[in-house]
Design a protein around this ligand. Sequence first.
Ligand code: ADP
Ligand code: 5GP
Length: 197
Amino acid sequence: MGKLIIFTAPSGAGKTTIVRHLLKVFPNLAFSVSATTRQPRSYEEEGRDYYFVSVSQFRSWIDAGAFAEWQEVYEGQFYGTLHSEISRLWAEGKHIIFDIDVKGAVNLKKTYGDQALSVFVKPPSPEVLFERLNLRRTEDPVSLAKRIAKTKEELSYQNKFDAILVNDVLETALTDAERLVSVFLGIGAKKNLENNP
Ligand code: ADP
Ligand code: 5GP
């Protein structure tokens, strides 16, 4: 049966970096493409990074019960996981990896229980987090301020998940993430055999 691997964290902690790495390492994982009402960043592609939709489209999907979970993550900006996305990826025989906010992650974990692994990516300190967000240069000053303002609340959620993954030195965090996923999917031994034939 298909499983769910949920990564969550404050914005800038490194979820996207870690999730992209895991998708390369584990071919049986697929990324859950969320719907959002925010504008695409220059490097983002429709249907690969997000389904970019209007607020009225998003609201009509809420009314139709189309979402497995959704949140107004920042004021006026909606994000959600469509039921159709989960069924689409399971139909392809994949386990699904998610990059979603802390409240959405708590809700999905509640719905799917032991079928899901929830991982909180923790920055070494709030200062490092702000520096990474700044260095990423994707946000205008208003959007940056919204993200920084939410950090404290998001960090207070860290104990609600199955695991906390500290993302200080990236290489260490990537190896730790691989280990968590291998154990959860029960493929640790196979990976080791492949690495040490
Ligand atoms: P999120 O998806 O959680 O918002 P990103 O994966 O976009 O975070 O990471 C935010 C920024 O920090 C990116 O520019 C990324 O390259 C960088 N980054 C991620 N992990 C590390 C790390 N361990 N050390 C230094 N920079 C990092
Ligand atoms: P960003 O705008 O930086 O891509 O994402 C902002 C926040 O929204 C991040 O915490 C991200 O994980 C979260 N997010 C992305 N997709 C979803 C989703 O489908 N549901 C929820 N609840 N949060 C999401």
